[in-house]
Write a protein that binds this ligand. Sequence first.
Ligand code: EPZ
Length: 430
Amino acid sequence: MEQYVIKGGVPLVGEVEIAGAKNAALPILSAAIMSDETVTLENLPDVNDINVLIEAVEKIGARVQRVDRHTVKINGSTISKCAVDYGSIKKIRASYYLLGALLGKYQSAEVPLPGGCDIGSRPIDQHLKGFSAIGAEVRISHGNIIASCSHMHGAHIFLDIVSVGATINIMMAASRAEGRTIIENAAKEPHVVDAANFLNSMGADIKGAGTDVIRINGVRKFHGCTYSIVPDMIEAGTYMLAAAATRGDVIVKNVIPKHLEAITAKLNELGCEIEEGDDSVRVVAAKRLQRTHVKTLPYPGFPTDMQPQIGALLTLSQGTSIVTESIFENRFRYVDELSRMGANIKVEGNTAIIDGIEQLTGARVSSPDLRAGAALVIAGLAAEGITVVDDIVYIQRGYEDFDGKLRGLGAEIQKVDSELEIRKFELSVG
Ligand code: EPZ
């Protein structure tokens, strides 16, 4: 199994280009099959989850042409079945976006019920509530969600919980229903807005994305288009916090600063200097950081996908910080790994109490999930000595060329897959 080996203590300095957003690209790749004309998607991140979903789209019969590492052409006119295979959904939960896409286009869809995952049980009851409201008959049979509908019609849907996935999935299906659908209590994340903009570029009629009320007038057909994925705010935030943890000076480029405001505000509170450009943000952290309180909330609140990363950063702050996770029930699995590096953290329910220390020490740790893995890399970059991060396959699901981009900022990090290579790295860095 591949690992990262890191020699910590090197301040990150320089510029890093941010890729397209994984959590926008996943629904947009699914929605692209809703047109029978060719859709060209640009600025796709080259990460495992995207490549798995592209395979799932090919498996149901869509024609896919890889133009280059970040560009793909998709044509949904050749789709031969509306059933997604179990292998696809097992590898990536977000295959459930094919439910909304296939239901919207063919009024029929069969997708395996996604299991839970590392950060908690991930029900999709709100997705199914929305599909039923627009007229679909939805049932669970042998582990599959089977949705079919003779006449899809508009509805007034009030989500019981703010859900990114449910908002996007219902928006996709309703974009082809007859009449007007209103989604209340909708998620407002930039990737929700990007999915709505993409659907509109295929001819949908969606207004209000980015607010908590989205209005959709169904249309009969979609045409082809060319669309570029929005920059990944979580990838950007991860590098911003890595800069802060290593007392570095980093400019994240190809970002939308507005999307990063909750992260920027926290870094300011901690004592970092922040400079915002049109499509860049610079983070300078010359001295030891202050403490703070963080509570994860739906956008525009502090993102849950940045919670492990700021948890790692706060282990080095002066004083006691508190991190409250309000979205998922099991997103502190990185804490035990950080404790092995000397961190002083106590988890009580959905809150972590972090007593900052001067210095972490390198250790062998294991990535429990995608964002926790990124947090352990941040800790390793700041720690004294050598850190080996196992199970980096989780990290590769959501970060393109993570070690390469970090080396570009001066980090001493290598991707290895043997003890011999770890030894060689240790000898090379002295
Ligand atoms: C998306 O997951 C992201 N994944 C997650 O990012 C992110 O953490 C999450 O949104 C919140 O921002 C993708 O976009 C592929 P939700 P999603 O529906 O849509 C509950 C990462 O690291 N809920 O907004 O599944 C749910 O249990 C990943 O990139 C229901 O109860 O999240 C959670 O407590 C991790 N019923 C809350 O809502 C439902 O039908 C928010 O979940 C749906 C959700």
